[in-house]
Every structure is written in structure tokens, then in C-alpha cells.
Design a protein around this ligand. Structure first.
Ligand code: NAP
Length: 248
């Protein structure tokens, strides 16, 4: 996809990987819509993006764990730009410790932010992407999304959910022109570990993860094949099934 002039919407853009992604897309002259809860930090990121070459940068306060806010954030981007070319579902948080000591409100917060937030923004963005037959959804999972880590049971579960959601959606959307990518960062140098235990092993710079998003390699042959198989068996689930007289 040509990123110059594209409309790129990023959740959790106030720091870390989301900030680095905003800067990576800004360097490629994309227009940006940035969301997170800390508006001061978002404004600082927005200014850096303008300095790097983003023609238009909009900042909106967003708590993605609130479904209404998540949907309104996407709706506002569509109202302002009439389209979304790239949606980056990056907002997320972790928690590390013994499972039986994890507070219930933390469990709820991780699931609401890392899983339900991704679902809500995706659902809100999908119809216009499918209608235009164009768009990319990039979901930031984690290496813990395919290999769970001890003392991070709920976080690992949320990232497995993001991976499963993304693969299923990729197959569902294959042939519609809408692509779904999953990013699996390993330990990355961000504010992520500020309130938790330090990671084991090396930490990668956030820009390194961000560049993988701005220059993605699309895979997904298996998801496409599974989507085609399902559509053949159940033509009514397809985005635009062929007329009945052409299906025989
Ligand atoms: N760092 C790592 O080692 C690592 C590894 C694998 C995957 N990841 C994933 O990468 C993503 C970004 O994390 P990071 O490492 O860049 O950490 P970070 O620096 O702490 O950034 C997290 C971002 O998410 C936002 N956020 C958190 N809760 C939110 C909410 N309810 N609504 C809206 N925004 C929210 C934060 O903004 P506000 O606080 O301003 O809302 C912040 O911008 C997360 O999904 C994380 O799971 C990180």
C-alpha cells in the first residue's frame, strides 16, 4: 500500500511501540489519527510526527477498554477523513506475578483493553474497509501470543486471543481487499515494564517493531484457504457471494 497520504489510525500512540509506529508512518508522509488516555503525551508525539513529515495529525483521548469510546474513536476518524487505510491496534498493558494473587480488576482491565478493545475498533472500522475493498488491520500481539510465559497467564491468554482473532479474521476477509496482519514483538524497550518485573533476555528498540508495521510482509495463505473453504460450504457468509445462478 502507498503510505503517502494514507489515513493511519493508531491506538496506544502516546508511548512505546505506538509512538514509534506513529513516527514510522509519519516519515512515510501518512496522515495520522492517534489515540490514548494521556492526551499531553499524545500531543507531544503528534508534534514529533508533524516534524517528521506527517501532513495531518489528529489526537483524540481514548480509553479503548470502553467499547463506546473505542467505537467513537474510529467513527471520528471516518468522519474526519472519510476512510481508514490502516488501523493499528496497539494499545495494551501487561501484568506479571502469581496468578492466584492477580487482582480481579487487573484481570478485567487486561481483557477489556488487550482483547475487547481490539475487537471493538476492528468491528467499527471493518464495514467501510470492506465497502471500499481496501484497508489493513495491524494487531499488535506478542511472542507470548504463541508461546505463553509463566507468571503472565492472563496477559498470555489475551495475546493468544488477539492471534486467534486476527487469523480467523484474515481468512474471513480474504478476497475482500482488506488485509489483517499480526505483529509478535519480543521484549521491547518501552514503558511496558515500568510497573512490572524486568524482562528476561535482551530488549529490542521500539522503532524496530514499528518498521515491521510500516513495511509489512503479508502472509496468510492458510487463513485464505480456510476462508475459501468456509465460503464454498456456506456461501451466505461471504462478503459478496456470487448470484445464485453462478454458483452451480
Ligand atoms: N514492550 C514489550 O516488550 C512488548 C512485547 C510484546 C508486545 N507488546 C505489546 O505492545 C503494545 C504496546 O506496548 P508498549 O510496549 O509500547 O508499552 P507502553 O509504552 O506502555 O505503551 C502502551 C500504550 O498503550 C496505551 N494504552 C494502555 N491502556 C490503554 C487504554 N485503556 N486505552 C487506550 N490506550 C491505552 C498507553 O497509553 P495511555 O497510557 O496514554 O492510555 C500507551 O500508549 C501492547 O499491546 C503490548 O502488549 C509489548
Amino acid at each position: 500500500m502507498r503510505l503517502k497520504g494514507a489515513v493511519v489510525v493508531i491506538t496506544g500512540a502516546s508511548s512505546g511501540i505506538g509512538e514509534a509506529a506513529a513516527l514510522a508512518f509519519a516519515r512515510r508522509r501518512a496522515n495520522l489519527v492517534l489515540g490514548a488516555r494521556r492526551v499531553d503525551a499524545l500531543n507531544a508525539v503528534a508534534q514529533k510526527c508533524r516534524d517528521k513529515g506527517a501532513p495531518e495529525v489528529t489526537v483524540r483521548r481514548l480509553d479503548v477498554s470502553q467499547r463506546v469510546e473505542a467505537r467513537a474513536f474510529v467513527a471520528a476518524a471516518l468522519r474526519d477523513h472519510e476512510r481508514i487505510d490502516v488501523l493499528v491496534n496497539n494499545a495494551g498493558l501487561g501484568w506479571m506475578g502469581r496468578m492466584h494473587e492477580m487482582p480481579e480488576d487487573k484481570i478485567d482491565e487486561l481483557i477489556a483493553t488487550n482483547v475487547k478493545g481490539v475487537i471493538a475498533t476492528t468491528q467499527a472500522a471493518m464495514p467501510s474497509m470492506v465497502q471500499r475493498r481496501r484497508g489493513v488491520i495491524i494487531n499488535v500481539a506478542s511472542v507470548l501470543g504463541f508461546r505463553a510465559a509463566p507468571y503472565s497467564a492472563v496477559y498470555s491468554a489475551t495475546k493468544h486471543a488477539v492471534v486467534g482473532f486476527s487469523h480467523a479474521l484474515r481468512g474471513e476477509l480474504s478476497g475482500t481487499g482488506v488485509k489483517v496482519c499480526v505483529v509478535y514483538p519480543a521484549s521491547t524497550e518501552t514503558g511496558f515494564f515500568a510497573e512490572t518485573e524486568a524482562p528476561i533476555g535482551p530488549q529490542y528498540p521500539a522503532w524496530w517493531v514499528a518498521n515491521a508495521m510500516a513495511e509489512p510482509v503479508f502472509g496468510g495463505l492458510l487463513d485464505h484457504a480456510l476462508g475459501e473453504a468456509r465460503r464454498m460450504k456456506s456461501p451466505h457468509v461471504g462478503a459478496s457471494p456470487p448470484p445464485a445462478d453462478e454458483r452451480a
